[in-house]
Ligand binder design. Sequence first.
Ligand SMILES: Nc1ncnc2c1ncn2[C@@H]1O[C@H](COP(=O)(O)OP(=O)(O)O)[C@@H](O)[C@H]1O
Ligand SMILES: [Mg+2]
Length: 284
Amino acid sequence: MIAGVPPPRIGDNMVEQPNQPDKTGKKATIFAVTSGKGGVGKTSLSVNLACEFSRRGYRTIIVDTDLGLANAHILAGIKPAKTLSDYIEGKAELAQIIENGPCKVKFISGGSGVKEMANLDDNGRARICVAIEDLSPFCDVILLDTGAGVSRGVTDFVSMADHTILVTTSNFAAIADAYGIVKVVVQDGYNKPIHCVVNRVRSPEEAEQVFLKLKGCTERFLGFDLNWLGLLPEDSSVEGAVLKRAPFSEVFPGSVAARYLAKLVSGLERFVAGSKSTPQVAKS
Ligand SMILES: Nc1ncnc2c1ncn2[C@@H]1O[C@H](COP(=O)(O)OP(=O)(O)O)[C@@H](O)[C@H]1O
Ligand SMILES: [Mg+2]
């Protein structure tokens, strides 16, 4: 940092009105996108959910919390100059690691190929959680793209979120591992909503069967009720967009995947403060 120059503030790089946190004190809704098994489509979903929220007018930021193995920047077509690794090492302020992503989405990378980040201790992860909370007054939606599995490196971010989006495919191991992460967080005291997305399916019936299987297990063995969010079909546009280093909903807006993505965001929108869709009424 240059002597005499004030450090950048978070809002400098955030929204149309720099430095202006929401006047009503409204905070962002934090969604963690997670899974038990890797490679089920979390990152692709996170980037595209963020783009769709942004297109609908919500100030949106993705934080890639797959620490040390972060790759959301690749799918978003960004080359981050600085990452959470610089922030943790004290080499950058929070405002300096916020990048501009596609569709006006803001973006923070978790650093890739950084062993220290993958092995971050409780204190380091707690600092990242605090940083994420600090972003909250400056945006409407914060999407955390987590790693896979049941380590604290994943569950800490799930625990801090307001809602979890659990991604699975119809692969048996993916379903079993999805159950595994629900079990770990619920046994740890997690009591916020978990919304299921079944990815890469060939029919709505296939997605429904996977969801009912998973829901049946969590209800029976954990006493936890999973919510249905929706599905994403197997679609070559998703892979095609990865090769183009761009969100599929941006480069292939007419694709079947983009159509289903829009339905997922319609299902989530009601949880975002200030949304125009009907707020969910809590049952007494
Ligand atoms: N609906 C889909 N149709 C086709 N390919 C998909 C779909 N969803 C994800 N993929 C592919 O699966 C691979 C893994 O996706 P990714 O988002 O990186 O998974 P994760 O973050 O869970 O490890 C990517 O190559 C992606 O293109
Ligand atoms: Mg990923």
